[in-house]
Design a binder for this molecule. Structure first.
Ligand code: SF4
Ligand code: SF4
Length: 177
């Protein structure tokens, strides 16, 4: 049945979440038992921790908190959730991160919660984007350090997606993050 479903692009986020959960329930144990997948998940946990550390150290976490709580809203806009594909949502599930059953607000991204993003593994646009204000206020060496660790995180996510797709052959999984 999964192989008859169309690729992620034109599906609603609720439908993509349903697909990811269905694949997780059928393939989760097999995927976690695969040595390559297990190693990539472990590497990704380390890369995510390093990204989080770098975002805290350079002040990005605080700048974005002020933006969201005091300056009228972050850049987590409505519609960004549509960039996600089932593979990336599946990776969140494999790493123990449940997927939200509904949006908190109708005017923001489906995944935005009271304390920021409710996902562990995010789209390239979410991870890579720094607004003009951040670019102007953050020292260049901090920006470079941030981009380096984020690049390593994204490379690992890409490798994990490819490894998953080699095991789970289904057209429900798209090719990009
Ligand atoms: S990146 Fe810029 S616009 Fe987005 S939440 Fe942070 S400070 Fe706000
Ligand atoms: S960081 Fe999270 S809440 Fe923000 S746009 Fe990306 S997925 Fe949505």
């Amino acid at each position: 049945m999964l192989s008859t479903m169309s690729a992620g692009g034109c599906l609603s986020i609720q439908e993509k979440i349903r697909i990811a959960e269905e694949i997780h329930s059928r393939w989760g144990r097999t995927l976690r038992a695969n040595a390559r997948i297990a190693q990539l998940i472990s590497t990704l946990q380390q890369k995510l921790a390093r990204s989080q550390e770098a975002m805290l150290a350079c002040g990005l976490v605080e700048m974005c908190r002020i933006c969201e709580e005091e300056d009228g809203g972050s850049c987590c806009g409505k519609g960004i959730e549509d960039k996600f594909c089932p593979t990336l949502l599946l990776i969140n599930l494999l790493m123990g991160q449940p997927l939200p059953v509904k949006p908190l607000r109708n005017d923001s991204c489906y995944f935005l919660g009271p304390q920021g993003c409710r996902l562990l593994v995010r789209q390239v646009i979410c991870v890579n984007y720094v607004c003009q204000r951040v670019q102007q206020q953050m020292p260049k060496d901090h920006l470079i350090r941030l981009q380096t660790v984020i690049g390593e995180e994204l490379d690992t996510v890409f490798m994990l997606q490819e490894a998953i797709k080699r095991i789970v052959e289904t057209s429900s999984l798209c090719t990009s993050i």
